[in-house]
Design a protein around this ligand. Structure first.
Ligand code: S3P
Length: 170
């Protein structure tokens, strides 16, 4: 079973991912962490030294490597991953995609205190954050909504989603 968890920054992928992986009894992996280990830099450092285009290349390459090398996993992906290099199509073809959906306002509340470590948000003021997220989400939603399964990121139920995945006809 290969599961890809997608959604905007702050939608809860890193909190919910390990819970769902444990219910499904598959290893949990986080693409951003794998990138950090691979390049030997944190994501903000990598953006600063090499820029976003280089980051998107590494992201797409590692996504494909992991998918080919591992038989079973739940992989949490960075918020931009589905948008670049046909990654959404790749994930949909090679496994099950789950989109953790959330409103811009709720995302802004979660992200305001941690935006300094998010390269794409660090220069956005708290005041402009909800509008910035709303417009980014509009750009990205077309990709996110291609997911096999869409669920709210507010309080996702790992047991319910696991049973949907294991018994899709119910
Ligand atoms: C990004 C989201 C981040 C990380 C990078 C770019 C994005 O991951 O990949 O900072 O483009 O939305 P999280 O969604 O895990 O924060």
């Amino acid at each position: 079973m290969k599961i890809f968890l997608i959604g905007y920054m702050g939608s809860g992928k890193s909190t919910f991912g390990p819970k769902l992986a444990s219910v499904l009894n598959v290893p949990f992996m986080d693409l951003d962490h794998l990138i950090e280990t691979h390049v030997g830099l944190t994501i903000p450092q990598y953006f600063e030294h090499h820029g976003e285009a280089a980051f998107r290349n590494v992201e797409a390459e590692l996504l494909r490597n992991i998918t080919e090398q591992k038989a079973s996993f739940l992989l949490s992906t960075g918020g931009g991953a589905p948008v670049f290099h046909d990654n959404m199509e790749f994930m949909n073809k090679n496994g099950i995609t789950i989109y953790l959906e959330m409103e811009p306002q709720a995302l802004a509340q979660r992200l305001a205190p941690v935006k300094a470590v998010r390269p794409l948000l660090r220069n956005v003021s708290d005041e402009n954050l909800p509008d910035f997220i709303a417009s980014k989400l509009k750009e990205r939603e077309g990709y996110y909504k291609k997911a096999h399964l869409i669920t709210s990121g507010l309080n996702p139920d790992a047991e319910a989603i696991a049973s949907q995945l294991l018994n899709p006809l119910q």
